[in-house]
Design a protein around this ligand. Structure first.
Ligand SMILES: Nc1nc2c(ncn2[C@@H]2O[C@H](COP(=O)(O)OP(=O)(O)OP(=O)(O)O)[C@@H](O)[C@H]2O)c(=O)[nH]1
Length: 902
């Protein structure tokens, strides 16, 4: 039965060492060197992978730590596990864990695998139970009582980043361990302890291996110290003995730890029996070896073997030697037994213990030349070995050698048995070394790489999921952004149009309404009579001649109020126009703002427009009171922008002094004079001024002339009464009366003709009474006509007064003045309308721009996520591949080192 030097492990399958194969030292050496080199390569590659993962974890991607739930009782398809992450234990993904040739675990996304046989499934299931992390395991069980639920709840509180940090620390620890592995693999020193019974020929055997008589040989027991033989190359090529000082730890570089002695004095040193039982002397013997590496055991080019010649076993030395043999640096124990004596009690004791602890026993049955019945001797010795160390017995052909060491020292003498021993011993040292030094490294690397593969696989799944997620989200967000980008200019244009249209409509309407109102007032009619908010206006009734002045004042007041009302109606109209503009903007918001963006929650309050009270007040955002928040008492519904004025406070039209505000309240307009009853200057200029002007400006009938006329007459009306003016009262009366039937021109001509008659005596007699009668009649007529003429007179005067007041403000006159009054309101109302519409536009624009920015940010972050996840997916895929490659290398090398032909 062959012994397995590389017993199978879950991660490193090995095959048995074949008994029938004669190991050739060159093959083993070659295999060993190859394995060593591969391991060094694997160590370097693993290191770079780990360092890379750390950098990637730190700079690119927070590496997630996967956890796998044990299969539940309910039968799951083979290989399925529930994958979750330490930072997010609740979200589980079902995955399939596969085994590859090297018993490794790879991750795959969910894939039905129902065809596997029950046996294979069971085997896989079993392996899955051990498929957790080996080296990179994080101890996340932080629960006080260690219960799973407590641990899970605590783990769930850990952040992704802190787990990544823990993982980073774990990887750093693994890295420093990998760093230590390299020198261990590269360390070529190996120690072989030669021990055995007293006088069994140990020193002779060591000398035979060295092909040199170095160790003292005597028929009496002579070796009293542990003599460790090294290549002189380690001591700068100097052959000498270093006697290690008592209690010191030997360091070749520190001469205080040893005493130098020459090689020639070795016999004296070793033979010196003056040693205290408590202290066993240790010697380092440095020897030169001129032989080729293939011949030399010490300097064979692969490992530096140092032989330790130990004192013969007796009651005193047994314990010390046993302790020595247990030391970690002892790779192989060669036990020398004399063929003549077989195993003494001490030898049995030692072997029995050593075989329990170390399976690396190599037994040399020495002085075989002295034995006559060699077969019998062999049989007896092997029988004893079988009892003492069964494992050595199993591979006796390689591990038990019957030789004559003394003869091996004879030059030019063939000694095939010893040559065979030497080859076996050297191979054994290498194989043993493989097992004791390289295999643990290989196993560690294999486990570590398994973990890395698991980590990379799980993270590749996460990265892929995030990549898909990012792509999916981009499909939604990107078109929205594109649409918004394209619509941006259109929206801005439309908003500008709404604003301009609104302002133009409001201004035009205002102009029409006010021009009309002013004209009506000029004719003594009310500019406007009703509005939805005020009780209807009407002209006062004539109270009689005695109260004619009050009548004129009331008329004045009514006309002024009607103008105020007209202004207010124009404002109301502007409110409606603004409402419709705001509605249009709201419609644009619906059209252009993407779903999910909050619409304007402010409520437009038309009644707040033109309100001095509201104007003064600012909302908490510092914006004008045109737009108020929902909680305003006026409107609760954001959709309603209809003009509601039921609760409108008393609004003074215009709101500002100097713009015809509260005309009816302004004392300068309310002042009533006699001219409101008889506007003589007007009459005069109407009847005479026109003719006079026509005479002076006979050729002028152009509009400019008309303008000049109007201008003049209006100015004259305001001029103080002159003597001519007073004189004209009578004439005025006449003209008014006469004007009714003859027309002013005819009357004047009549008067001129009458004056011609003045020279005539007869005429002079009757003309005075006639004129007196006519004047009297005229006055009576005027008085009777007062109820009709006063409104016209007052209206005309009011109109002129308003226009002149604006004319003086604006510096214009006539139509310009009219334009001044109307324009002032047009501008004011237009401004107010623009203000509201602009605010609503601005709000929509800023919402739109914010939403655009937000969407752009979302797209950017998704694109970044897509890029990052894509990178991570590729990166972890690469890590998995590389890891598998290195692990595959580790598996092959084991097979080669075993020397088994694959
Ligand atoms: N015939 C024969 N004699 C041997 C052989 N090996 C050793 N001897 C003799 O056995 C005696 C003891 O040899 P050593 O090598 O000193 O034995 P040892 O085991 O080192 O002795 P201690 O270390 O003192 O216990 C010497 O006289 C050797 O010449 C051998 O293979 N054949």
């Amino acid at each position: 039965m062959a012994q397995s030097y590389f017993p199978g492990r879950a991660m490193s399958p090995v095959k048995d060492f074949p008994a029938e194969r004669q190991l050739k030292v060159e093959d083993v050496q070659e295999a060993y060197v190859e394995q060593k080199d591969r391991l060094v390569n694997a160590i370097d590659s693993t290191k770079s992978i780990l360092e890379n993962i750390r950098v990637f974890n730190r700079d690119e991607w927070v590496v997630r730590y996967p956890q796998f739930k044990q299969p539940t009782l309910e039968k799951r398809p083979s290989g399925r596990r529930s994958l979750s992450f330490a930072d997010d234990p609740l979200s589980e993904t079902e995955v399939v864990l596969k085994q590859d040739l090297s018993h490794s675990i790879s991750l795959a996304t969910v894939n039905e695998d129902e065809n596997s046989s029950p046996a294979a499934a069971a085997a896989q299931e079993e392996s899955l139970l051990s498929s957790d992390f080996h080296v990179l395991r994080l101890d996340l069980k932080l629960g006080v009582n260690g219960s799973a639920s407590t641990a899970a709840s605590l783990v769930s509180q850990l952040e992704k980043a802190s787990i990544a940090n823990l993982l980073d620390e774990r990887i750093a620890t693994a890295l420093s361990h990998v760093d230590k592995l390299r020198p261990r693999v590269e360390d070529t020193s190996s120690k072989v302890l030669v021990t055995g019974d007293l006088n069994a020929g140990k020193s002779t055997f060591v000398n035979a291996l060295l092909r040199r008589e170095v160790m003292p040989v005597d028929q009496q027991p002579c070796t009293t110290a542990f003599c460790e033989v090294h290549d002189a190359a380690e001591n700068n090529g100097v052959e000498e003995v270093h006697i290690i000082n008592e209690g010191a730890t030997y360091d070749i570089k520190d001469s205080a730890t040893y005493t130098r002695a020459s090689l020639s004095t070795l016999e004296d040193i070793v033979g010196d029996n003056d040693t205290t039982p408590s202290h066993q002397r240790m010697l380092k013997i440095y020897l030169g070896d001129a032989r080729t590496p293939s011949e030399s055991l010490l300097n064979n080019g692969v490992v530096d073997i140092s032989l330790i010649d130990a004192p013969g076993l007796n009651r005193d030395s047994l314990k010390t030697t046993a302790v020595f043999a247990r030391q970690e640096e002892i790779d192989v124990v060669v036990f020398v037994v004399s063929a003549e004596n077989h195993f003494t009690l001490s030898a049995r004791d030692f072997l029995a213990n050593a075989s329990k602890e170390k399976a690396y026993l190599f037994i040399v049955v020495n002085k075989f030349d002295q034995i006559k019945n060699k077969d019998k001797c062999k049989r007896l010795v092997l029988q004893q070995i079988k009892e003492l160390s069964p494992r050595t017995y199993e591979d006796a052909e390689d591990l038990v050698h019957f030789v004559d060491s003394a003869q091996a020292l004879q030059p030019y003498t063939a000694n095939p048995a010893f040559d065979d021993l030497e080859s076996s011993l050297r191979s054994f040292v290498l194989v043993k070394r493989s097992k004791s030094k390289l295999l643990p490294v290989s196993t560690y690397l294999s486990n570590l790489l398994c973990d890395v593969e698991l980590l990379a696989g799980a993270n590749a799944i996460v990265a892929n999921a995030e990549l898909e997620q990012a792509k999916k989200e981009l499909e939604v967000v990107k078109p929205v952004l594109e649409k918004m980008k394209k619509g941006r200019e259109g929206l801005e244009d439309k908003l500008e149009n709404v604003e301009e249209d609104g302002v133009a409509t409001a201004s035009n309407k205002t102009k029409l309404m006010l021009v009309d109102a002013l004209d009506r007032v000029g004719q003594g009619k009310l500019g406007a009579t009703t509005s939805s908010t005020t009780s209807s206006l009407s002209l006062p009734t004539y109270p009689g001649l005695l109260n004619v002045l009050d009548y004129a004042r009331d008329i004045r007041k009514a006309l002024l109020s009607s103008l105020d009302l007209a202004v207010k109606l124009a404002e109301d109209e502007a409110r409606l126009t603004t409402c419709s503009g705001v509605d249009k903007i709201r419609g644009l918001a619906e059209e252009y703002l993407p779903i999910g963006v909050e619409r304007n929650r402010r409520v437009f309050m038309p009644e707040a427009m033109f309100s001095g009270m509201r104007r003064a007040g600012k909302d908490k955002n510092g914006k004008g009171g045109m737009m108020k928040r929902r909680q305003s008492s006026y409107h609760s519904s954001s959709s309603s922008s209809s003009f509601s004025s039921s609760s409108t406070p008393t609004v003074v039209a215009g709101g500002l002094a100097g713009l015809g505000i509260g005309l009816a309240q302004r004392p300068e307009f309310l002042e009533t004079t006699v001219e409101d009853l008889f506007d003589l200057r007007h009459q005069f200029w109407t009847h005479f001024g026109k003719g006079h002007e026509e005479a002076s400006l006979s050729s002028s009938s152009s509009s400019s002339g008309k303008k000049a006329l109007v201008k003049k007459s209006e100015y004259e009306e305001d001029a103080p009464l002159t003597a001519l003016g007073l004189m004209s009262v009578g004439l005025g009366t006449l003209t008014m009366v006469g004007g009714q039937t003859l027309g002013a021109k005819g009357l004047i001509e009549g008067v001129i003709r009458v004056s011609d008659l003045w020279g005539n005596d007869t005429a002079r007699k009757w003309i005075a009474p006639v004129l007196g009668a006519v004047t009297l009649g005229g006055i009576v007529y005027l008085i009777l006509e007062l109820p009709n003429s006063v409104p016209r007179t007052v209206g005309r005067r009011v109109r002129a007064q308003i226009l002149s007041s604006h004319g003086s403000n604006g510096g214009g006159g006539g139509e310009e003045e009219e334009e001044g009054f109307v324009e002032a309101h047009v501008v004011r109302i237009g401004k107010e309308t623009r203000k509201v519409l602009r605010l609503a536009s601005w709000d929509l624009k800023s919402r739109f721009n914010n939403a655009l920015e937000e969407r752009a940010g979302e797209v950017r972050s998704r694109e970044e996520m897509e890029k990052k996840a894509g990178n991570a997916h590729r990166y972890f895929g690469g890590v998995s591949e590389k890891t598998r490659e290195i692990r595959g290398m580790l598996v092959v090398e084991n097979v080669v080192v075993e020397g088994v032909e694959v």
